[in-house]
Design a protein around this ligand. Structure first.
Ligand SMILES: N[C@@H](CCC(=O)N[C@@H](CS)C(=O)NCC(=O)O)C(=O)O
Length: 197
């Protein structure tokens, strides 16, 4: 397999992390912002974005969470019960339509030079408030359980881990008020085979 991978991106990291945890391998083609390789690769990216996983039959699979689902089949990271599967998908859809659009965007505004002009104090303040409300949802859910779904790590955890674990360092969020999230981040980082960003 080949993974079109943006090294700085949580969406690409979540795929690399699941591959590391499940012992799956792909050749990486790095396509970073500002690197001509990104534009050169656009034709290979169905939606123009990374990550894209090229399967052994040549299929180009886009969208990080769809890639996680594909790679998780037959592993412990995809729950066996139908309801637990649906609950994992709930978190993964929420990550894309709520969490990523706030917490990853705040990190992008603070760290990518090409986004700096959009990083107005008002926008950063709004994203801080919205992000804290999202983190509180995770905190409440994790306050009486180890994993987002069921009793084991699933792709819901890998998905949410990507941008939550860098929320402080890149996003400028303070995780001190979220002890359950911090303990959960430590649990993910302790999984056998874990790979850092
Ligand atoms: N929903 C997509 C988002 C993919 C996405 O936005 N990728 C960004 C990096 S995080 C990208 O490739 N940007 C390149 C560009 O816009 O030219 C996913 O989860 O894979």
């Amino acid at each position: 397999m080949i993974l079109y991978n943006m090294p700085s991106s949580g969406n690409s990291y979540k795929v690399r992390l699941l591959m590391a945890l499940t012992g799956q391998k792909a050749d990486l083609v790095d396509v970073e912002y500002g690197d001509p390789a990104l534009n050169a690769a656009k034709a290979a990216l169905p939606f123009g974005k990374a990550p894209v996983l090229v399967l052994v039959d040549g299929t180009h699979l886009a969208e990080s969470n769809a890639i996680l689902w594909h790679l998780a089949q037959g592993t412990a990271f995809w729950p066996s019960e139908t309801l637990a599967q649906a609950q994992a998908l709930s978190w993964m859809f929420w990550e894309q339509n709520q969490h990523e659009g706030v917490i990853a965007v705040r990190a992008a505004l603070r760290t990518y030079p090409h986004r700096a002009a959009q990083a107005t104090p008002e926008r950063l303040a709004a994203l801080l408030e919205q992000g804290n409300a999202l983190l509180q949802i995770m905190e409440d859910h994790l306050s009486n359980r180890d994993w987002l779904v069921g009793n084991a790590a699933s792709i819901a955890d890998i998905c949410l881990y990507a941008y939550t674990h860098s929320a402080e360092t890149r996003g400028g969020y303070d995780l001190t008020p979220y002890p359950a999230i911090r303990a959960w981040l430590d649990r993910v980082a302790a999984l056998p085979g874990y790979a850092s960003l």
